[in-house]
Design a protein around this ligand. Structure first.
Ligand code: NAD
Length: 312
């Protein structure tokens, strides 16, 4: 069984550790945070629950050595959005943190796959790849896995069906320019654009607009109410960890470097990709409309501008 290293023992890092423990994702979870009392307390609290989860070991430290031997290192350290802030507003502060930590991470865990969660996640994923020189397949951003889950939840609720039967992706930036892919979305293999089932309604243009608005504002709404988003992202990241560590080859809208996809090159954004033990594969050739493709290009331009602004 694997070792998962987590950088950052804040709301997101600690919740990923908690979800990973409950789901039996790894035999060993090691947390690193510069705030020693915080990481020690989280590790203690998690250890007190070990009786109730699949067998595992949890430790933590303010020394990066604790990540040695990790199979996957999840990066969650950094500033989070304050009410009203966009994810892109965090770029400069979090780029500095990545620049400081990631070379040490590669030194102690050279074989680890890097899973970026720190926002703006697409920018940080590209930065991480460039800073570490790791192969593009081994630097993954949590991307729009969370946004797609919010999207599927809202569609499922509207149509009164199980969320697991909704197949739909949010693509592009994990942020304000993200794009809903209605064209390829289905419920039980019926294209969502044709959905009209007695007792389960249909999706009008106004319904779709409301759902997309809700997805885009979801994080702002949660942050306004409780200061951070943690549970859904914790589960979403566990889903990615399982795909990697159990070599599931699951199709997930993760962020990763594009190396020539519909005219986009050298930029990280989310598209459905097969995820397994060796990381990510090239994006799947999912059909899209001209508007959806244009949306992707706009997302790419936004992300690229921020990365270039950071000097990369
Ligand atoms: P938080 O403030 O609760 O925790 C951040 C932790 O990082 C703190 O414990 C802090 O001590 C630690 N830290 C800061 N600098 C460090 C360093 N140099 N080395 C090690 N640790 C360091 O924040 P949070 O709510 O856990 O959010 C963390 C990040 O995750 C934010 O950037 C947030 O925007 C992002 N996030 C991403 C998603 C996603 O879907 N990608 C979802 C939610 C949050």
């Amino acid at each position: 069984m694997a070792k998962v290293g987590i950088i950052g023992a804040g709301s997101v890092g600690a919740t990923i550790a908690y979800a990973a423990l409950i789901r039996g994702v790894a035999r060993e979870i090691s947390m690193f945070d510069i705030a020693k009392s915080k990481v020690d307390a989280e590790v203690l609290d998690l250890n007190h629950g070990l009786l109730f989860v699949p067998q595992a070991k949890v430790d933590g430290s303010d020394d990066v050595e604790v990540l040695r031997g990790s199979d996957v290192v999840v990066m969650t350290a950094g500033a989070k959005q304050k009410p009203g802030q966009t994810r892109m507003d965090l770029a400069e502060a979090n780029a500095q943190i990545c620049t400081r930590i990631l070379p040490d991470v590669v030194r102690v865990a050279p074989d680890a796959l890097l899973l970026m969660v720190t926002n703006p996640v697409d920018v940080m994923t590209e930065l991480a790849q460039k800073l570490t020189g790791l192969p593009w397949e081994r630097v993954v951003g949590s991307g729009t896995v969370l946004d797609s889950s919010r999207f599927r939840y809202l569609v499922a609720k509207h149509c009164n069906v199980a969320v697991q039967n909704v197949h739909a992706y949010i693509a592009g930036e994990h942020g304000d320019s993200e794009i809903p892919w209605w064209t390829s979305a289905t419920i039980g293999s019926i294209p969502l654009n044709q959905w009209s089932v007695d007792g389960h309604g249909r999706l009008t243009a106004a319904d779709k607009d409301a759902i997309v608005k809700n997805v885009k504002e979801a994080a702002y709404q949660v942050i306004q109410g409780k200061g951070a988003t943690n549970y859904a992202v914790g589960l979403a990241v566990c889903n990615i960890l399982e795909a990697i560590l159990f070599d599931e080859r699951r199709v997930l809208p993760v962020s990763g470097l594009l190396r020539g996809f519909r005219g986009m090159e050298d930029v990280c954004l989310s598209l459905p990709r097969i995820v397994g033990r060796d990381g990510i594969e090239a994006p799947l050739p999912i059909p899209m409309t001209v508007d959806e493709e244009n949306g992707l290009h706009e997302s790419a331009a936004r992300i690229r501008a921020v990365v270039r602004g950071l000097g990369y």
